[in-house]
Design a protein around this ligand. Sequence first.
Ligand SMILES: [Zn+2]
Length: 246
Amino acid sequence: MKKNGTLLGDTYINGKDTHNPIHSISSNDDMLHLIETIGDEHISTSYDTPLRSDAFLMADEVKIQEIEKHFREIMNILGLDLNDDSLKGTPHRVAKMYIKEVFSGLNPKNKPDIKLFENKYKYNEMLVEKDITFYSNCEHHFVPIIGKAHVAYISNGQVIGLSKLNRIVQYFAKRPQVQERLTVQIAEEMKRVLQCEDVAVVIDAVHLCVSSRGIQDVSSSTLTAAYHGKFQNEATRSEFLKYIGK
Ligand SMILES: [Zn+2]
């Protein structure tokens, strides 16, 4: 596993990682060690978000009720007084926020529906949508990742509405994430929707699990990138990086 911490190109495209360390765990101590290591190093283990096959059998309203119950218990264990006016609505607010907002991108029914249009202007240069602000959550600590995504594509004859690029970014951001996977998922979805290979994604983000806890580095940010098709060509890639000021 040497995939974390480097600028990422196409390494996750095939999704399955045959050297997944989870499969070579022998003892409970090893498992605890692995959990610690993954938690602090932010290693992602696959390109698909790890979801169970029964992930969406339960209705959203039931999920909200269940999460509310469990979150109330967490607050109880912390010793908080849930009769307090300020706290009593918190379990429900958190549960609703998880399902309807911050983790709404887990559910495929919330995936943006995107239509293609004919490229009538015969615009054949790259189109760059930069500084797309997103809020995600680190899947190892459940604290925010705040960043900017910069995406680009070169039309193969069809185009999409500009706001749809933002919507693709937001959809994949609204999941428990690791930044490398978010980068790859956006690039793969753009290729699928645009029916072309020529896409690029750069993400620059701050992880609150790094800045507000653990090592408490407030100035570092993490950069990840995915370049496909013509963007693997040095000149095209440089042009894109110049536009986004990198
Ligand atoms: Zn984290």
